[in-house]
Design a protein around this ligand. Structure first.
Ligand code: COA
Ligand code: AMP
Length: 626
């Protein structure tokens, strides 16, 4: 069937379409309903069905006689380790760790927070939660204690799983002191933590609370899979919203398994036994969907890479991993390729490796700039596929469907809506934009399986954030347009979310930190264009009257504060002290106007501005520096 036929069926007959797709999953109880619209606009998928996601990701492959196949390849240049886990081995580890969690009192529906570096134990912990029906919430290791504390308080976990340290290039980042400090701040700290001791840093354990991973696992008995409802949560993943308070995106079990399996074959064109590598982090949605669940549900081999595209040890690192593990498809963010290109513009290091196994390069997480697209295409000689999605959706919304009907690639566009997603670009009145006209990228409800059913314990915020702007539609938060051929172009966020090296961050959370400094009267943080990272945050602060601080010392203090409170991952390195911030007459700070000026655009002065001279005075500060 052609893309057009498949897409049309997914929209006109979602029941039939997803019932067929659901046959790829092993159900303990067949779903009664496919699309359940009883509580619309809260839609549910596969109501009445029961399954276990871990069973589908591990046990069934072993039961089918594929236990000796590689499930997970851990490649860690930062520790000089490479280790392959077969499906049988991974299953044994997961079943035992599930026993550890159960022994600590975690059961179906309980939350488990995982704050770990890119080690196999992070994947084992996630799957162990799925095995017993517990709900994991993985927090990216680059977040600071306060951000971790906020997530712990929202998720209220029974157990936290962490490690003594992560390794960032050649730097050992101790996780345990950050965990301890987060749990001191948190109001809902759990009774137990399981800590993986890594040889690079040995963590001090808290007696009575902390349990050693190795000891606990050695003592635990393996446990089996607990069937859960298709609509039960598998995980919560916090993501940045417009305010400083992160949103707990909920993922269910049934829709998630069905959608990911469909995407592995139809979007990524991967078959069981092939090697899929998502060079991301388990703390992000890409890691959840395409390091852990997607490849394993399919019975493929996944690569877990603890390293960077450059510096571990050089810009040939990605080519080495592809060659060593015979990677069929690589998925990463454009920023990784920009980093490689900066160090090795002619890709000279590529000649050292046999990367003929690579069939496709998939890029997402931020806009793919045409320069990077052309460079990657020319150097690798394989299709370079831009695709667009979000933490909320969990799997691609727009893509070139390599397993269904590959289409001509247009640089700058992630191609067409993926079956299941009725993508509409709407103008401010909710009317469909004609081709070429920019508007808000929305998806007509219902969203397909695998997308967020709601926000964790916050239905109201789910409605307010996503469903209220355009009734009957999901608001993506991205702006863009479609062209005459139906290709989608995503131009960037229309809210205060920024994208730094493919990492989604909230300027609101950085503003909250700056505003908390005793010398600061008001502040703004904007995302400005950056050659390597796509965007980086920039702060502007106005001091309280009478403050007499040395500007350089204060700037350094503010940079340090954001690093300590939000995390190193924010890459907040630049803050200016200014006399005033430009505002509208109603008092709204003109962030978009400042961002435009900082990016070197011809930014019109809004007619609503209160005092244009304030903006004029800022222009020299904001303008890009050579
Ligand atoms: N634990 C602790 N600290 C972390 C961390 C983690 N898991 N991940 C990042 N950090 C720290 C880094 O060490 C760095 O600290 P520094 O300011 O002291 O140097 C800071 O957070 C910023 O990290 P990062 O964004 O990774 O920047 P970088 O300068 O170290 O590397 C790239 C730049 C482009 C090489 C890197 O961003 C990259 O590989 N990006 C790939 C994209 C990606 O994985 N995107 C995820 C979505 S697909
Ligand atoms: P995250 O939720 O962290 O995956 O970030 C999602 C956001 O990243 C989207 O809302 C977009 O702003 C941006 N994004 C992801 N993929 C693309 C892409 N292919 N092109 C443009 N922007 C993208």
């Amino acid at each position: 069937m052609s893309y057009a036929e498949v897409f049309a069926r997914s929209i006109t007959d979602p029941d039939g379409f997803w019932r067929d797709a659901a046959e790829a999953v092993n159900w303990d109880r067949t779903p009664g309903k496919v699309l359940d619209a009883d509580a619309a606009p809260f839609y549910r998928w596969f109501t009445g069905g029961e399954l276990n996601t871990c069973y589908n990701a591990l046990d069934r492959h072993v039961a089918a006689g594929r236990g000796a196949q590689a499930a997970l390849v851990y490649d860690s240049p930062v520790t000089g380790t490479a280790r392959t886990y077969t499906y049988a081995e991974l299953l044994a580890e997961v079943a035992r760790f599930a026993g550890v969690l159960e022994g600590l009192g975690a059961g179906a529906g309980d939350r488990v927070v995982i704050y770990m570096p890119m080690v196999p134990e992070a994947v084992i912990a996630m799957l162990a939660c799925a095995r017993i029906g517990a709900v994991h919430s993985v927090v990216f290791g680059g977040f600071a204690p306060r951000e971790l504390a906020v997530r712990v308080d929202d998720a209220r976990p029974k157990v936290v799983v962490s490690a003594s340290c992560g390794i960032e290039g050649s730097r050992v980042v101790e996780y345990k002191p950050m965990l301890d400090s987060a749990l001191e701040m948190a109001e809902h700290a759990p009774a137990h933590c399981v800590i993986l001791q890594r040889p690079q840093a040995v963590a001090t354990m808290v007696r009575g609370r902390d349990v050693d991973w190795a000891e606990a696992t050695a003592a635990a008995a393996p446990v089996g899979c607990v069937p859960v409802a298709a609509t039960d949560p598998l995980y919560i993943l916090y993501t940045s919203g417009t305010t400083g308070r992160p949103k707990g995106v909920v993922r269910d079990n049934g829709g998630h398994a069905v959608a990911l399996l469909w995407s592995m074959r139809n979007v990524y064109d991967v078959s069981p036994g092939e090697v899929f590598w998502a060079a991301s982090d388990v703390g992000w949605v890409v890691g959840h969907s395409y390091i852990v669940y997607g490849p394993l549900l399919l019975g493929a081999t996944t690569v877990l890479y603890e390293g960077k595209p450059v510096g571990t040890p050089d810009a040939g690192a990605f080519w080495r991993v592809i060659a060593d593990h015979r990677v069929t498809a690589l998925f990463t963010a454009p920023t990784a390729f920009r980093a490689i290109r900066k160090e090795d513009p002619d890709a000279g290091l590529l000649a050292k490796y046999d990367v003929s196994c690579l069939r496709t390069l998939f890029l997402a997480g931020e806009r793919l700039d045409p320069d990077t697209y052309h460079w990657a295409t020319e150097k690798l000689g394989v299709p370079v596929v831009d695709h667009w999605w979000q933490t909320e959706t969990g799997w691609p919304v727009a893509a070139n469907l390599r397993g269904l009907e590959p289409m001509p690639i247009k640089p700058g566009s992630p191609t067409v809506p993926v079956p299941g997603y009725d993508v509409r670009v709407l103008d401010p009145d909710g009317e469909l934009c004609p081709p070429g006209q920019e508007g808000a990228i929305c998806v007509r409800l219902p969203l397909p399986p695998g997308t967020l059913p709601t926000l964790w314990r916050d239905d109201e915020r789910f409605l307010a954030s996503y469903l209220s702007a355009y009734p009957g539609h999901y608001l993506s938060g991205d702006g863009g347009h479609v062209d005459e051929d139906g290709y989608l172009y995503v131009m960037g966020r229309t809210d205060d979310v920024i994208n730094v090296a493919g990492h989604r961050l909230s300027t609101g959370s950085m503003e909250a930190v700056l505003a908390g400094h005793a010398a600061v009267a008001e502040c703004a943080v904007i995302g400005v264009a950056d050659e390597l990272k796509g965007q980086v945050p920039r702060g502007l602060v106005v001091l309280k009257s009478g403050v007499r601080a040395d500007p350089e010392t204060l700037r350094q203090e503010l940079v340090r504060l954001v690093r300590d409170e939000v995390g190193a991952v924010a890459s907040f390195k630049h803050v200016d002290i200014v006399p005033a911030l430009p505002k509208t007459r109603s008092g709204k700070i003109l962030r978009k106007t400042m961002r435009g000026i900082a990016d070197g655009d011809e930014e019109p002065v809004p007619s609503t501005i209160e005092d244009a001279s304030v903006l004029d005075a800022l222009r020299p500060v904001l303008r890009p520096r050579a």
